[in-house]
Design a protein around this ligand. Sequence first.
Ligand code: HEM
Length: 120
Amino acid sequence: MKSIVSALRWIARLDGLAALILGVILWTGNGSYLKLHIMLGFILTLVLLLAGLMGFFARLKPVLPLVAILWAVSLPYIGFAQLKLMPGSSHIAIQVVHLLIGLCGIGVVEALGAKIARQA
Ligand code: HEM
């Protein structure tokens, strides 16, 4: 259990960092990495789902596993929705929300992974 959780944490860190770097490149107006960015985003989504399920199996209090599953749903939802939401000068707001949800997704895997490792 501990080694799977440790692997998930490392995947979230490295994959999240790569998604962040590509996101910043997208922000500068270079759209050619969008597909790769979305693929990395979905890997983080999968890691969040797995970490959430493992939290339930490890019999943690359900709050953090539920947060992980909620995050796994909202990350791709906001990621795609931002293409249509708040066009114009206020678009920056939804971009920042998307960035924060992405970064917090890495944090949720970290927090949950640490708790599962302590429990195991
Ligand atoms: C399934 C997950 C994800 C999807 C579907 C997704 C989708 C997208 C899309 C479609 C864009 C381009 C938006 C535009 O051209 O206006 C974008 C941009 C961006 N993404 Fe993601 N993304 C995901 C995960 C992440 C993660 C995990 C991070 C950070 C850790 C991140 C950070 C960014 C940043 C900084 C930008 C550029 C600014 C912006 O447009 O928001 N994304 N993403």
